[in-house]
Design a protein around this ligand. Structure first.
Ligand code: GAL
Length: 801
């Protein structure tokens, strides 16, 4: 890969893949004349793509204020929902322009323009003419632009985007938030998304790798080499027989190494297309060898081993950087989830980024790739229902063709809680969509996340799905299992428990849609919504019902928008559902999931914090989330007794709870016990003194000097003895020196209106995260964090080319 005039070229000499990343011009508003090649855009903002125009705010309660009753939440009268889509300025038109040149363009070439997502309703113009349009902001799509190319040096691309209000239930982002590429190849070449690699037969001795390749041109021959992870060619096939426009190669791989979350082994297929003796095209595809089965009674198996999904649902925004795709931000999320023991992701409720799928292939996560939150019946007035009839098939075809070679994908979803669960038309639509998935990919099953379980039992909607997915409704699992024919159920969406990192409410008790004056939710993890439940209720089903094939928790990380249970109060503007907060910092719940999902490492975590000035003498329960079955708690050296996990209540089964602890400042210590009652591990929480110093903890000490790699630095305020101050709210300032830039900060407070890209922010529960971005120059980077009355925090790292 090399860089010319700010454009990336990559690939073999046979095709050029040009990523249009730099030199974009951007302007909000309506600019119909911007399609003209001589339009003067010198006053427009210069930006790079991926780009999210709305993340820079400001937050405003009037943006997309939705006065509605959210039917799916059981609301019957309309109220004013302020932060439902994040209160960020995503609504309206905006234009992007990019001037690009094409190396080696001549009349034998074919040129494609590929978008991996454009939010939303993109209209695409090249050299003054309209090339085409799409609707759904999450879809991958491409156009053949050969006939619009004037010459190789100077081509003007203009893209108009338009976001309507009332078009989303969460922050959708805005703009060209995913990659845009131009592909220049020979007319005789491999078709876009034309490769389909499957592994229909696997034994320990050999795997059959089946590669179907669609091509254009005459007199063609396809040679495919399979490379192992070290890059050695281990098998090849040379094929001259073409069926219609498709080659089909079957290649034996001896002693195959199987892909799984624990062993994400990847092979590479390099296909070379010849016309006569002339090499015309070459493409490289990574794939995995793995077998998935879904069977009545046995449930889900990967490579012959029955397992249950330990999954999380994720929205596509990346917190403080919004929806602009960033590989290092995605990688960090997956690292955090890996440590938790999570092995699966559901892209709720739309197509995932290609970057996220590539990372899941590499790092080992199974993937449930979803398509829609709406079919023909609306959830929001201007939602996908407007496009369903014309676009649903095209959107699914593109989803499957663009992503089907990712071994991580083990299931498709055609919808989430679609209102079409009601009525016979919906049953037909469910079948129609599932048939499209089957036609495009006969190897993976299809689910729908269903919340109207009774209705879908009655109508046959649930019976026709490959995988019946239940969203919540733990009380209906038994009935659904009995009445649905599949013989297994998926918890396609679970929990929706709400909490704010480091915030604890008293008295400690279960609560549905509980609200407080500070617009936070308690981290004792006992608060949930009218339609949802606590994590432990799902654990019981996962553990006791062999026919439940796993769960996808709502959600792995907090996201912008949908601030339930504070949907109608300002300034709540982001979710409380996350296991991790919007900054990616773990809430207590992280350790509850980790204690059962991470079976390699011990978990021993105490909550709450122990800074309760004013609660002296008051009952302040202590919970321990641990992989051990029992533990003894000590307060200032005095034993408060041993607790054992037991089956009295769902919570008792998975948490150790000392409900009668009387608060006094000092040291709270938990000692975990093994089966014989011997101490095996311990943890302490200590009452902190006054904020004294800022401590910085970067997630990585070296980053790549590519202009978009990110280091995430956690800033914590500690007292004189180095004890974290869990209630500190100091205002901090950030400065980056050397070969890096301040990109954003986030404290995880769902009510904060401070802007992410401004280099100052208040701590929330004693912490926040600063994102430092590399430049394209390698070298030393230093982050300096200051705060009034606090000893300054400094950290340095390096970037490399
Ligand atoms: C589900 C829905 C999600 C989210 C969640 C909040 O019903 O599928 O998108 O809204 O509720 O609990």
């Amino acid at each position: 890969m090399f860089l010319i005039w700010g454009i990336f070229f990559s690939g073999a000499q046979t095709r050029d893949v040009i990523t249009l990343q730099k030199e974009w011009k951007f302007s909000k508003g309506n600019h119909p004349t911007a399609i003209a090649t001589d339009f003067d855009d010198s006053k427009w903002e210069k930006i790079t793509v991926p780009h999210d125009w709305a993340i820079y705010g400001p937050f405003d309660e009037d943006i997309d204020k939705q006065t509605i009753a959210i039917e799916q939440n059981g609301e019957t009268s309309a109220t004013e929902k302020t932060g439902r889509t994040g209160a960020l300025p995503y609504i309206g038109e905006a234009w992007y322009r990019n001037q690009f040149s094409l190396p080696e363009f001549n009349k034998n070439k074919k040129v494609l323009l590929v978008f991996e997502g454009a939010m939303s309703e993109p209209e695409v113009f090249l050299n003054g003419k309209k090339v085409g349009e799409w609707k759904y902001g999450y879809s991958y799509f491409y156009f053949d632009i050969t006939e619009y190319i004037n010459n190789s040096d100077n081509n003007l691309l203009a893209v108009k985007l338009n976001n309507l209000g009332l078009s989303s239930r969460w922050y959708p982002g805005a703009g060209l938030y995913r990659k845009v590429q131009v592909i220049v190849k020979d007319k005789a070449s491999i078709d876009q998304w034309g490769t389909f690699i499957t592994t229909p037969l696997i034994t320990s001795e050999v795997a059959q790798v089946n590669i179907k390749t669609q091509v254009s041109g005459d007199n063609l021959r396809l040679i495919t080499d399979i490379l192992d992870a070290e890059g050695q060619v281990i098998a090849s096939n040379d094929s001259e027989t073409i069926f219609g426009n498709q080659f089909e190669q079957n290649i034996a791989v001896d002693n195959p190494k199987l892909w799984s979350p624990e062993t994400p082994y990847l092979y590479t297929a390099v296909s070379k297309l010849f016309s006569g003796n002339e090499l015309k095209d070459q493409i490289t595809k990574r794939f995995g060898i793995r077998e998935i089965t879904y069977e009545a009674n046995a449930g889900f198996s990967l490579n012959g081993n029955i397992r249950k999904f330990k999954g999380v649902c994720l929205h596509h925004d990346l917190g403080p950087i919004g929806t602009a795709v960033n590989t290092s931000a995605l990688r960090r999320q997956l690292r955090i989830l890996k440590d938790m023991g999570c092995d699966a992701i559901r892209s709720s409720h739309n197509m995932p980024s290609i970057e996220q799928l590539e990372l899941c292939d590499e790092m080992g996560f199974m993937f449930l790739a979803e398509s829609f939150d709406e079919w023909a019946k609306p959830k929001v007035e201007n939602g996908y229902n407007r496009f369903f009839e014309d676009y649903a098939e095209k959107d699914i075809v593109n989803l499957v063709r663009a992503t089907r070679n990712h071994p991580s994908i083990v299931m498709w979803s055609s919808g989430n809680e679609v209102p079409d669960q009601w009525g016979t038309e919906g049953v037909k639509r469910a079948k129609w969509l599932q048939d499209i998935f089957h036609r495009e990919d006969p190897t993976r099953p299809v689910t729908v996340g269903m919340d109207q379980v009774k209705a879908t039992i009655e109508s046959g909607f649930g019976a026709l799905l490959d995988v019946p997915g239940l969203n919540y409704r733990v009380h209906l699992y038994d009935e659904a299992y009995e009445k649905f024919p599949q013989g297994f159920l998926l918890g396609s969406e679970t929990a929706s428990t709400v909490s704010s990192r480091g915030i604890y409410k008293f008295p400690v008790e279960q609560g549905i849609m509980k609200t407080y004056n500070d617009f936070q939710s308690s981290s004792y993890d006992l608060e949930y919504c009218s339609w949802s439940n606590l994590p432990d209720d799902d654990f019981v089903l996962q553990d006791d019902k062999p026919w439940v094939i796993g769960e996808f928790v709502w959600t792995g990380f907090d996201y912008l928008g949908e601030p339930t249970p504070y949907d109608d109060v300002w300034p709540s503007r982001s979710s409380y559902f996350g296991i991790n907060d919007l900054a990616g910092l773990p809430k207590d719940r992280f350790y509850l999931y980790r204690s059962r999902w991470n079976t390699k490492d011990e978990t021993l975590h105490i909550l709450p914090h122990w800074n309760w000035e004013g609660r002296e003498g008051k009952i302040t329960p202590v919970f321990v989330y641990t992989s051990y079955d029992s533990a003894e708690l000590f307060l200032n050296g005095k034993s408060l007794g041993i607790q054992y996990k037991n089956s009295e209540t769902h919570q008792n089964r998975y948490r150790l709870m000392w409900m009668d602890v009387i608060y006094e400042p000092g040291t709270l210590k938990v000692v975990a016990l093994d089966k014989n009652g011997n101490p095996v591990a311990s943890k302490e929480v200590i009452t902190a003194g006054k904020p004294y110093q800022i401590i910085l903890d970067p997630d990585r000490k070296t980053i790549t000097a590519n202009g978009d790699d990110l280091a995430y630095v956690t800033a914590t305020v500690v007292d004189k003895n180095g004890i974290p101050c869990p209630t500190a709210t100091n205002q901090l300032q950030f400065k980056v020196e050397g070969k890096g830039k301040f990109r954003a900060a986030c404290n995880g407070d769902a009510t904060s209106l401070e802007l992410f890209h401004v280099p100052t922010m208040k701590l929330f529960s004693g912490k926040l995260v600063v994102l430092v971005q590399s430049t394209e120059d390698a070298g030393n980077i230093k982050l300096i964090v200051t705060g009034k009355g606090l000893k300054t925090g400094k950290t340095s790292f390096k970037s490399f080319n």
